[in-house]
Design a protein around this ligand. Sequence first.
Ligand SMILES: [Zn+2]
Ligand SMILES: [Zn+2]
Length: 263
Amino acid sequence: MSLWPRTEPGRLTGCPAIPEVPHARLQAIVFVTGFPAGAWGANCYAVATAEGEDCLIVDPGQASIGPLTDILERHRLRPVAVLLTHGHLDHVWSVAPLTAGKDIPAYIHADDRYRLADIVGTTFSMSREQLMSMTQGALELTEPDDVRILSDGEVLEIAGVPLSVAHAPGHTEGSVAFVSGRDGERPPVMLSGDLLFAGSIGRTDLPGGDPQAMTRSLRSVVLPLDDDTVVLPGHGETTTIGRERASNPFLQDLGSAPAPRGL
Ligand SMILES: [Zn+2]
Ligand SMILES: [Zn+2]
């Protein structure tokens, strides 16, 4: 099942021209839609209780404003908050333009908060100038005005969407997963960021990465989830906990070093 068409490698700007992926009406969240954004294909999601309602934006990455605007208009969604799974630039690139002057707060875990003050410098060793040339000058990275802090175990009720916050360090110090619980016949949903992907896990070799913390996070946050939990990852295809438990080598052998994927 490939819900997320791959972006062309090296494409850096403009609308990704990727069809919107409606895997809606699948859980307590009720309405989720998303698309892979920008050069790194970081999945950006809009989450709401229904079309025509307030919504949460999760991980507005590079070149996400255009496709996001289309999605919000098409489904008559009003963004009221941005949730960040972690502070890497491929997930937070468009947070400032999305929130500036609109009374929209951005939420991030305390341990990744510092990254928003220097998004490029805390993601990798590339200068702002190098990144500017790589992105043809389309750099939008500035610190958002209204940043709020997420803590482990907190339950958010923004836009009427119940989401619990699970601190899951390893990829970065302040990585989190957002989990929506089971609601009747609707299975739980996890927005996993770069903690867990279909067939892989987030890399731990960037600054702030910690392989041992990643192992602990996979054991304490991922493995206890029910098999029918839908996983909406930070990169790549949608999957389920059951499928990953059965086939993801990093869940079967939690001591292995992760293969690099994304940022
Ligand atoms: Zn990342
Ligand atoms: Zn990423």
